[in-house]
Design a binder for this molecule. Structure first.
Ligand code: SAM
Ligand code: SF4
Length: 377
């Protein structure tokens, strides 16, 4: 098989049927891959942050993500079972240098085995001897009931997505009347110590773009770190338009009218997707922990050069980027009897071919075949 973008064997277009073993001795770049056991790429990046999608299903229908009627969900037999997910995470942590594992989806709280998977992950040890950091990105529905069990299982942190504090708007954006559940989920997460809690917000023009300031007041009052995410071309409907997205610049202008924002140390950002600012009239890096706000400006201020992420989809495909147009199948390889070393090596090869950037701003950019909810955000 040939990778559509790189011309590399061993990777398949995201829409194609999964195939068996995906590494090949004829890979033109394979011979140049160093013996480094980690997930390195040809641009010198090392992927240490694993995003695991546990399901493509969701309890909400955010307009920028999927249509109101939902999507054709993955058939059950194509989805990795709990033991398969745990096996691949174990390989990532023990053989490939991954030290942070974030569970996402779809909506990861819809995965019944979530606590079990978190517990198994938290018991692993990285090369440095510590437990990997475990985190969850969730819409918060059902979190109120499960926060304590997740903490008990070893979960370190949560990011909860919330785009508005207005009930009618919440219904308009998500097609579900569940604002109260999300707020209860956030409160429960704080109560059991799943912090620092981050709140992810996507602003949509004419819908909630007037809420940046009230949302930040609310987040600061409640001790949550608000992070605005620029809307990306990852919706299932393919309706994203550059001219109809709220940019980082616009968000900063709006916030600056009400808050003194002081940039945090850019050196401390590392591979973090969000650029962050201290919030407050006398904010500053003076040793006192200040509230912060972040902006993930994937479209207008891409940060691909520092990317440290590798992704595993719910159906066992490795993606080297959210916007990748190819995937590498580990599920069928695993189910056909491959051992851990083989799986690790195919994973390394998949990441070695990572492109320098997502290319959203290139005229030739094509949206990935799978939407964000199926890839894992
Ligand atoms: N369902 C969970 C949630 O909403 O947090 C996890 C999966 S969701 C795909 C992860 C994050 O992606 C959410 O914060 C969501 O707001 C964001 N997201 C989804 N579609 C997006 C898009 N087209 N552009 C930017 N962010 C998006
Ligand atoms: Fe579901 Fe998250 Fe997509 Fe909203 S953004 S529809 S909560 S997967």
């Amino acid at each position: 098989m040939t990778n559509v973008l790189l011309g590399l064997p061993g990777r398949r277009p995201a829409s194609a049927a999964p195939a068996g073993p995906t590494s090949s001795p004829s890979d033109p770049l394979a011979g140049t891959r160093p013996t480094d056991p980690r997930l390195v790429d040809t641009f010198g990046r090392v992927a240490t942050d694993l995003r695991v999608s546990l399901t493509d299903k969701c309890s909400l229908r955010c307009t920028y993500c999927m249509p109101p009627e939902g999507l054709d969900w993955l058939p059950g037999e194509q989805v990795l079972n709990d033991a398969e997910v745990i096996r691949l995470i174990t390989i990532a942590v023990q053989q490939l240098g991954v030290d942070e594992v974030r569970f996402t989806g779809g909506e990861p709280l819809l995965r019944r085995g979530l606590e079990k998977i978190v517990e198994a992950t938290a018991q692993l040890r990285t090369a440095g001897g510590g437990a990997p950091i475990t985190a969850l990105t969730t819409n918060g529905i059902g979190l109120a009931k499960r926060a304590a069990a997740l903490r008990e299982a070893g979960l370190n942190r949560v990011n909860v997505s919330l785009d508005t504090l207005d009930q009618a708007r919440f219904l308009q954006i998500t097609h579900r009347d569940r604002l109260k559940d999300v707020l209860a989920g956030l409160a429960a997460a704080a109560e059991v110590g799943l912090g620092p809690i981050k709140v992810n917000t996507v602003l949509l023009p004419g819908v909630n773009d007037d809420e940046s300031v009230p949302l930040l007041h609310w987040a600061v009052e409640n001790g949550y770190e608000l992070r605005f995410i620029e809307q990306m071309p990852l919706d299932a409907q393919g309706a994203w338009e550059r001219s109809r997205m709220v940019t980082a610049e616009q968000i900063l202008t709006a916030l600056s009218g009400s808050f003194d924002l002081v940039p945090t140390d850019p050196q401390a950002r590392g591979a973090a997707p969000a650029q962050t600012w201290y919030v407050g009239p006398d904010a500053g890096p003076d040793g006192v922990e200040r509230p912060r706000v972040g902006i993930v400006a994937s479209v207008t201020r891409p940060f691909c050069g520092d990317c440290d992420r590798t992704r595993l989809t719910a159906d066992g495909q490795i993606r080297d980027c959210l916007f990748a147009r190819g995937e590498t199948d580990l599920r069928d390889l695993m189910r056909s009897g491959a051992d851990d070393d083989q799986l690790a090596d195919v994973w390394r090869t998949a990441m070695w071919g990572k492109q320098p950037g997502h290319g959203i701003n290139d005229p030739s950019f094509l949206q990935p075949d799978r939407p964000m909810s199926a890839i894992g955000g």
